[in-house]
Ligand binder design. Structure first.
Ligand SMILES: Cc1ncc(COP(=O)(O)O)c(C=O)c1O
Length: 390
């Protein structure tokens, strides 16, 4: 088959979790940058304190405490250079020079790459639509020796499935982890982007022993180029992580910009409302397009209550075989049509994947391009689906 060269215009990005440029706050950041460079340049361009910019750490815990009735402390929060750095530091601190990690799968593929790159062996325990499976996790904890070093999960809008873990399961998970003395690493990257229903109670509400480590980021609400995230954990765990923060501290200027955007009471909530509305609309456009193109074909998909992704299921289809090395969907990008980038489901499993899944991101593209993209996805996938159902 010949490969058709496509211009960027003609490539529709439904692969990685890129933020929507429509809601990048250009004017607000320009004003904040002007203020910082006029009034605080000495601090902004200097090395900053390793744990992070104090006003931002305090702002974060004030928000969590207000939103969720928690009693968290700024001193137990570290600013990191994106959640990825947080995950890297956690695995290095808890899993060096090796050991097992339980991952509730399907889960964040790059997170698993970070764990593996640091020598961790991964044990997958399946999630379902109600979130993590505490009984399955307990079975894994009992079966694996030496004991796993931590449990990795995403209880709010799991990437890729969008599942939200029930509060019953959250409570049970915390109890089990405490009994076995194994920390939980909870990735809260999408929690602030739930646009239907109230967010469930966070794990910390059930955690009496400080066994929960939380990792989060401003990437998905503000922009991943900012590279500002956080880790919240018990002091002795933070102390073990500290040597692995090897970047001289997260950029002070970026932390100060984030702080300036959200320093006033109510500013974060207002900001989130706009982002939730934007991503909800994009989700609706993708769901409508899927309903039009895949109706009656046997394909299935979820209706996420937030986040960035739809998890499409094509029964009997080996989705790994449907993409090339750049994750371009084969059969798209021909005869002048758009090429569509997607992620095959196997990327989200620690071991043997469940076959037939594809993750589609609605976060980045404009509404019309989401429609065009789904039409191209359907043309490329429907023949494989028909073959599989024969
Ligand atoms: C679940 C999850 N965690 C972490 C990240 C990475 O966040 P950051 O840009 O802050 O490194 C992502 C980005 O896609 C994600 O989906």
């Amino acid at each position: 088959m010949t490969t058709v060269k496509t211009s960027e215009e003609n490539v529709i990005m439904m692969g990685g979790g890129k933020a929507s440029p429509d809601v990048f706050p250009g004017a607000e950041l320009t004003a904040a940058a002007t203020y910082i460079f006029q009034e605080k340049i000495a601090e902004a361009l200097q090395y900053g304190p390793r744990p992070g910019y104090d006003p931002l750490r305090q702002r974060l815990v004030d928000e969590w405490n207000r939103q969720d009735g928690l009693d968290l402390k700024a001193e137990d929060t570290r600013i990191v250079t994106g959640a990825k750095q947080g995950l890297d530091m956690v695995v290095r601190a808890l899993c060096s020079p090796g050991g097992c990690v339980i991952v509730c799968e399907p889960t964040y593929g790059t997170g698993m790459e970070i764990f593996r790159a640091n020598g961790a062996q991964l044990i997958g325990v399946p999630n379902d639509e109600y979130g993590v499976d505490p009984d399955g996790i307990e079975r894994a904890l009992r079966a694996v020796s030496p004991r796993p070093k931590f449990i990795f999960c995403m209880n709010d809008l799991n990437n890729p499935t969008g599942s939200i873990c029930s509060e019953e399961r959250r409570e049970k998970l915390v109890g089990i982890a405490e009994r076995y003395g194994v920390p939980i690493v909870q990735d809260m990257t999408y929690r602030w982007l739930q646009f239907e229903g109230r967010p469930a109670r966070p794990l910390q509400q059930f955690d009496r022993r400080g066994n929960v480590i939380t990792v989060g980021t401003f990437s998905k609400i503000l922009g991943p180029g900012m590279r500002v995230g956080w880790v919240h954990a018990r002091k002795d765990i933070l102390d073990r992580m500290a040597p692995f923060k090897s970047d001289g501290g997260t950029s002070p200027i970026n932390q100060m910009l984030v702080y300036e955007l959200f320093k006033n009471d109510g500013s974060l909530e207002l900001f989130l409302e706009v982002r939730r509305r934007t991503y909800r609309r994009k989700r609706d456009v993708m769901l409508e397009a899927l309903a039009e193109e895949f109706k009656g074909t046997g394909a299935q998909w979820n209706k996420p209550k937030g986040g960035y992704y739809v998890w499409l299921y094509l029964p009997g289809v080996d989705t790994d075989g449907l993409v090339d090395g750049t994750h371009a969907l084969k059969g798209t990008g021909q005869a002048g049509g758009p090429q569509v980038i997607v992620i095959p489901g196997s990327h989200f499993y620690a071991g043997e994947p469940q076959r037939g899944f594809i993750r589609l991101a609605y976060s980045f593209e404009a509404e019309q391009r989401i429609r065009t993209g789904i039409r191209a996805v359907a043309s490329a996938l429907l023949p494989a689906l028909r073959r599989a159902s024969k």
